[in-house]
Design a protein around this ligand. Sequence first.
Ligand SMILES: Nc1ncnc2c1ncn2[C@@H]1O[C@H](COP(=O)(O)OP(=O)(O)O)[C@@H](O)[C@H]1O
Ligand SMILES: [Mg+2]
Length: 151
Amino acid sequence: MEILTASHLTKQYGQGPNLVKALDDVSISIHQGEFVAIIGTSGSGKSTLLNMLGGLDRPTSGSVKVDRFELGKLKDEDLTVFRRQRIGFIFQNYNLVPILSAYENIVLPMQLDRKRPDERFLEKVVALLGLEKKLNSMPNQLSGGQQQRVA
Ligand SMILES: Nc1ncnc2c1ncn2[C@@H]1O[C@H](COP(=O)(O)OP(=O)(O)O)[C@@H](O)[C@H]1O
Ligand SMILES: [Mg+2]
């Protein structure tokens, strides 16, 4: 089953002499359960593409469909809820909230959704990531790899 389809994406930054065509007619289709790596030289548009696929930014033209959601048709507010509930995004610099502990960072999206974390599932994931002893640590007390796993 196709879980993500992007069709004819373009993304332009800037105008006139500063115009950058970061994406120029990109189409991709990803099936449920598939792992995909996007590879390219620095500046080739990987982050731009991920921003479009994850609903963090909107393309100049083209469409992105994730599951049954046509992202271009969602209002900003609905796009925010979509991201919170369906997208996991690990940023290059992790973007943890510096004043929240590792545990608080992990459960933050659920709290914003007014949902309680499933503690047993959470315990399993935390153990899988080897973060049991770091849950009360602040982001600046974590190694890069630990921050990445919290993210
Ligand atoms: N916000 C922005 N404003 C202007 N140009 C940008 C912006 N973001 C990225 N670019 C440009 O778009 C191109 C693709 O960038 P990016 O997607 O970050 O590449 P990658 O992640 O593959 O290194 C680069 O030429 C970059 O300078
Ligand atoms: Mg990048």
